[in-house]
Design a binder for this molecule. Structure first.
Ligand code: G1P
Length: 275
C-alpha cells in the first residue's frame, strides 16, 4: 500500500489582504501568537507521518527557506539562555524533515501551483496543505485523519466542512453520497459557486490528498473560475470516475487568509496557551 511521504505547500500567493504587512514578508510567515502559519502546517504534516516537505514559493518568499534553516548569529546569541527553548520545536522539525523548494513564476491558480510542484513530488500520492487554513484539533491532526482514510480508499481525498450558504462563493463546493459517517463519495464539485448555483453547503478546505495522476489531469483541464487553473476542476475529472472522497474532519478551521479569521485564530490560540 502506498504511503503518503510528501506534503506540498502552495505558498506563492501575495497575501494582498494583509498589506502592508505582506509587502516584503510572505503571508505564510504571519504568526499565530509566536509561530508562523507555515510551521503549523509543517507540524500538522509531521503528525501525519510525513517528513518530506515540498514548498512552492515565489518572489519575495525567501523568509520561508530561512525559517527552516540555521540562523548562526541568532542561535549563538541566545545559546544557554531561556530563549533557546523557543527555537527547539523549529530545530526538531529541521532534524526530522527535508525541505525542497520550487518557484511558481506566474500566478495561474491553485491547480497551476500544484502542477509546478510536480517535480518535487514525482509519481506518488501526496498531501497538500494550504497554510492559511489553520486547523486545530483535540486529537489527531486533520491531515492524520485523512491519511488514515487514504489507507482505506486509496484515492484522492478533500477535507470539507459546512459553511453558511451565502459563503459558497469563497470555496470549492461538493456534492456527493454519504459512504459512512463524515465520508462522502463525491459526484460533483464546483469552484466558488454563487449560493444559487452551489450543489450543497459542503465546502472544500485547504487539506487534500491527491493521487499522482492529478498532474496529467491538471495539464489537460482548461482554465476555470477567474481564468485560473483550478484544482477543483481537475478533481472533478477524478470524481466522475468515482475516485474522490470528501471528508468532514473533526476539528476547527480558521480562515487565516482573511484578517477576521486571522484575528480569531490568534485570540483563540492565545487563550488556549494561557488557560
Ligand atoms: C482554494 C480552492 C478552493 C478551496 C479553498 C480552501 O481557494 O480553490 O476550492 O475551497 O482554497 O481554502 P482560495 O482560497 O485559494 O481562493
Amino acid at each position: 500500500m502506498s504511503q503518503i511521504k510528501k506534503c506540498l505547500f502552495p505558498a506563492a500567493g501575495y497575501g494582498t489582504r494583509f498589506l502592508p504587512a505582506t509587502k516584503a514578508m510572505p503571508k505564510e510567515m504571519l504568526p499565530i501568537v509566536t509561530k508562523p502559519l507555515i510551521q503549523y502546517g509543517v507540524e500538522e504534516a509531521m503528525q501525519a507521518g510525513i517528513t518530506e516537505m515540498a514548498i512552492v514559493t515565489g518572489r519575495g518568499k525567501r523568509a520561508l527557506e530561512d525559517h527552516f534553516d540555521i540562523s548562526f548569529e541568532l542561535e549563538h546569541q541566545i545559546q544557554g539562555s531561556d530563549k533557546e527553548e523557543m527555537l527547539s520545536e523549529t530545530r526538531r522539525i529541521m532534524d526530522q524533515c527535508s525541505f525542497s523548494y520550487t518557484r511558481q513564476v506566474e500566478m495561474k491558480g491553485l491547480g497551476h501551483a500544484i502542477l509546478v510542484g510536480r517535480r518535487l513530488i514525482g509519481l506518488e500520492p501526496f498531501a497538500v496543505i494550504l497554510a492559511d487554513d489553520y486547523c486545530i484539533t483535540e486529537g489527531e491532526s486533520v491531515l492524520s485523519q485523512m491519511v488514515k482514510l487514504y489507507q482505506k480508499y486509496q484515492c484522492s481525498i478533500v477535507a470539507i466542512e459546512e459553511v453558511p450558504r451565502n459563503e459558497t462563493l469563497k470555496y470549492g463546493v461538493i456534492e456527493g453520497d454519504i459512504e459512512s459517517e463524515n465520508v462522502y463519495r463525491i459526484s460533483n464539485m464546483v469552484e466558488k459557486p454563487t449560493p444559487e448555483q452551489a450543489p450543497s453547503n459542503l465546502a472544500i478546505i485547504g487539506r487534500y490528498i491527491l493521487t499522482p495522476d492529478i498532474f496529467k489531469i491538471i495539464e489537460n483541464t482548461p482554465p476555470g473560475k477567474n481564468g485560473e487553473m483550478q484544482i477543483t476542476d481537475a478533481l472533478l475529472t477524478q470524481a466522475k470516475a468515482g475516485g474522490v472522497i470528501g471528508y468532514r474532519f473533526q476539528g476547527q478551521r480558521f480562515d487565516c487568509g482573511s484578517v477576521a479569521g486571522y484575528i480569531d485564530a490568534t485570540n483563540y490560540t492565545y487563550q488556549q496557551q494561557n488557560d
